[in-house]
Design a protein around this ligand. Structure first.
Ligand code: FMN
Length: 348
């Protein structure tokens, strides 16, 4: 069968020929952010990672992450944890809110996760990883997928073995971030091992590549060079949700969509803010939106004064007025900058 004509499927979920996935990102990929990404072409999305320890204790933060909306489909809930029973129990809890799939995080490198035996730590114990995955698969009727890294460090890049073992216990897709745990976010993502996993004749499940995609050209180059079934995009979508449709358009026509104009930028930021306030309440919604403005308006000349207004006010009306002012003040300005991978030292 012609590879390019085949439909990528996870269980019964049809994802088109070459899906673009929005990466799960703690403190970023919440429902308001997911809404703007969905409207701009994300084919599949995930929640922020949900702590199984938190969920089992009914912690507000974890339970709130299970909020999903019909227009987001297909959407996966991502779980992480170190205890097999707790992960299985949380899979059952998550299944009750009826997502399209359950994803397991075996990639998080941050100390408070990986040094407590969860996230990327499981890369150091494949038998435990396989047991945990099998328990999650058995705890739900939904497809289970995994997101992980190349290995723990440079001398233990075991993703090829990991992929086979996880497929054997029933996962239905695998996303690989082309870095090791030790690398955190440093250096360039290496997709050559991702391609090796994809080219392994034993591997039948879709393999999605992840790491550093920030332009239509790079997406096309990596699609062709590494033969993956789809691409997951994280940082480049922050403040730039247009990247999904830009990539699709480039794949179809070989041409660039025009960069979003000021109206589109302000409208996206405004929609993001309004939904944040609606979903989180005014105080939290306003506070948590502050980290996004500089990304939506990166590169605007003399923007500092407006940014300060946006991040210092606790008054929704005032912030909306500032956004409206920015729209008028910068009308006709087109930014050179397209998507950029934002540096997030130490955050995961
Ligand atoms: C702020 C931030 C939060 C993240 N949170 C998660 C998470 O909750 N679960 C996860 O699997 N990966 C998480 N990641 C990793 C991303 O999903 C992705 O693998 C990584 O950013 C590399 O892709 P990119 O180069 O397209 O950003 C996070 C990354 C960032 C920057």
């Amino acid at each position: 069968m012609d590879y390019f004509c085949s439909m990528v499927k996870i269980g019964n979920i049809e994802l088109g020929e070459f899906p673009l996935l929005l990466a799960p990102m703690e403190d970023v990929s919440d429902p308001p952010f997911r809404q703007v990404c969905k409207e701009n072409g994300a084919d599949m999305m995930y929640t922020e990672f949900v702590s199984s320890e938190g969920l089992i204790r009914n912690a507000v933060k974890s339970v709130r992450k299970l909020d999903i909306f019909p227009y987001e489909r297909p959407i996966g809930i991502q779980l992480f944890g170190s205890d097999v029973e707790t992960m299985a129990e949380c899979t059952k809890i998550s299944t009750e809110v009826n997502p399209d799939l359950i994803d397991i995080n075996y990639g998080c490198p941050v100390k408070k996760v990986a040094c407590r035996g969860a996230g990327a730590a499981l890369l150091q114990d494949i038998p435990l990883m396989a047991r945990m995955t099998e328990a999650v698969v058995k705890a739900t009727h939904l497809p289970v997928t995994v997101k992980t890294r190349l290995g723990w460090d440079d001398s233990t890049k075991n993703i090829e073995e990991v992929a086979e073992r996880l497929q054997d216990v029933g996962i239905q897709a695998l996303t690989i971030h082309g870095r090791t745990r030790a690398q955190l976010y440093k250096g360039e993502a290496d997709w050559s091992l991702i391609a090796k996993v994809k080219n392994n004749p034993r591997i039948k499940i879709p393999i999605f590549g992840n790491g550093d995609i920030d332009s239509p050209e790079k997406a096309l180059e990596y699609k062709n060079r590494f033969g993956v079934d789809g691409i997951m995009i994280g940082r480049a979508a922050i403040g730039y949700p247009w990247i999904f449709n830009e990539i699709k358009h480039y794949f179809q026509t070989g041409e660039y969509l025009p960069a979003p104009n000021m109206e589109q930028r302000v409208n996206a930021a405004t929609q993001h803010l309004k939904f944040s306030v609606e979903w989180k309440g005014e105080t939290l919604g306003i506070l948590e939106m502050r980290r996004h403005y500089s990304n939506y308006f990166k590169g605007l000349p003399n923007f500092k004064e407006h940014r300060m207004k946006l991040v210092q006010s606790m008054n929704l009306e005032e912030i909306l007025e500032t956004l409206d002012f920015v729209k008028r003040e910068y009308e006709g300005v087109t930014l050179e900058t397209k998507a950029k991978v934002v540096e997030y030292g130490g955050v995961d």
